[in-house]
Write a protein that binds this ligand. Structure first.
Ligand SMILES: Cc1ncc(COP(=O)(O)O)c(C=O)c1O
Length: 432
């Protein structure tokens, strides 16, 4: 019940009660295939009262923009280029492996730290990609998605009153996790078009209370990728001030133009103070499996595991065996991922070349930012609503990724989609 009620609050916050009705009225009865046919129930005063009594620990948080835009896209039948998930199937060998593992009886709790075969494959992968030797027994923990790993690492590190430096636009799960640990996020804004980090500015933001810096490369939502110099600058700061680092590398294998994969793994002094997080959901097109992992030195992993065991204890067993099987026999898939997504990026950019959208650089991930200032005066949230309802393409506004909610005319499209979806979306976008 509580969860459902929270959803209504978010719907109200995002759309506004009258606007919700407005969406329904303006789009209903249209001949467009994406015409709205549902209804969003308004929230009663009694429900609001119930929520107030809870004294929410996260009063400013509603349902994420990703859920909201996906829901709106579904309601109006729009092409969903908002939330970051593929609309094509995973490798059939992985799907077969999952079935085999279920039928082989791997259906009970996995070991708390993860199935041994999978941890060994992760160690092999880390050595292959970054030439770093990690101990699968003491330094690798399998988690229920990168989201769990990020949450657990933050709880392990952050104490009441601690400051945590994050770079905006930022993935949305960092700040609530820091707040729940009693810490405070310090936001450093990165700006279009290249969203590069000014490390001198970061150094100035470090105080006696700073405990942790959270970085994300390749970066959601901007597609920016850290250079080796970025990681070296981060390492120098972390070491000089005895800080810790969480390096969110869920898009690690999606780096384009044959550029080397940069990673905290490659910087020994940084890695010694880091939790490095990745996601098999992203790498193998199975976001719904929610399987990720965290690599951290033994002393950090000990603390991480103390919390992980009381959050989920262990993660979906058959998927762990299935991914271990795939990595063992088809490890080359990981190296092919960058080419696979680069082709999609290039196709999408080429299809949009005739549009009035101005495309920003995209060096990695499966996200493309686009500036729509030649098309509309609307703010980015309103523009996304309008684009979804009136033109049948859902995107994510860039401003929601920043604490300061800067005024931008930039939106994020996810190009982890079949060619036909990208073509249809581009046809509609070129009409704007
Ligand atoms: C930057 C970033 N970190 C973490 C995650 C969460 O990954 P997972 O689905 O494995 O929990 C995402 C998912 O969109 C992401 O974009």
């Amino acid at each position: 019940m509580a969860v459902r009620v929270q959803g209504y609050v978010a719907a109200l916050l995002f759309f506004g009660a009258s606007q919700v009705t407005g969406i329904a009225c303006s789009a209903m009865g249209r001949s467009k295939p994406w015409a709205f046919r549902g209804s969003i129930r308004a929230q009663s005063a009694a429900e609001v009262g119930t929520i107030m009594e809870l004294h929410s620990k996260l009063p400013w948080v509603g349902t994420t923009i990703f859920s909201q835009m996906s829901q709106l896209a579904q309601q109006v039948g729009a092409l969903n280029l908002s939330q970051g998930f593929p609309d094509f199937p995973a490798d059939p060998r992985l799907l077969t492996a999952l079935n085999q593992q279920v039928l082989a009886g791997h259906n009970q709790y996995a070991p708390m730290i993860g199935v041994a075969q999978l941890r060994e494959q992760i160690a092999t992968l880390t050595a292959h990609c970054y030439q770093r030797v990690v101990d699968p027994e003491h330094e690798i923990t399998v988690t229920s998605g990168a989201t769990e790993a990020l949450f657990v690492a933050i709880q392990a590190l952050v104490r009441p009153g601690d400051e945590v430096i994050v770079f905006d636009p930022a993935y949305d799960s960092y700040e609530p996790a820091v707040a729940l640990a009693g810490g405070r996020t310090v936001h450093i804004q990165l700006d279009a078009p290249d969203f590069s980090v000014d490390w001198a500015e970061v150094a100035k933001a470090v105080t006696a209370r700073t405990r942790l810096i959270i970085v994300n490369s390749p970066h959601n939502p901007t597609g920016m990728v850290f250079s080796a110099a970025d990681f070296a600058a981060l390492e120098a700061l972390v070491v000089a001030h005895q800080l810790y680092c969480i390096s969110d590398e869920v898009y690690e294998h999606m780096v384009f133009s044959a550029a080397p994969r940069t990673s905290a793994h490659r910087f020994a002094a940084l890695a010694a103070r880091s939790f490095i997080v990745s996601s098999f959901g992203k790498t193998f097109h199975v976001t719904g499996w929610k399987l990720g992992y965290c690599v951290a030195p033994m002393a950090l992993s000990v603390e991480f595991r103390k919390i992980h065991q009381y959050v989920t204890f262990s993660s979906f067993t058959p998927a762990q065996y299935a991914i271990a099987q795939l990595l063992q026999h088809h490890g080359e898939l990981v190296d092919e991922l960058a080419g696979f997504y680069q082709a999609k990026r290039d196709l999408f950019r080429q299809l949009l070349a005739q549009s009035r959208l101005q495309l920003l650089p995209c060096a990695g991930t499966y996200f493309q930012l686009a500036d729509y200032s030649a098309i509309s005066e609307l703010d980015d949230i309103e523009f996304c609503r309008w684009l979804t309802i009136e033109h049948g393409v859902a995107a994510i506004p860039l401003s929601v990724f920043s604490h300061a909610k800067p005024s931008t005319k930039i939106v994020r499209f996810c190009f982890a989609k079949q060619q036909s979806t990208l073509q249809q979306a581009a046809e509609r976008l070129c009409l704007l």
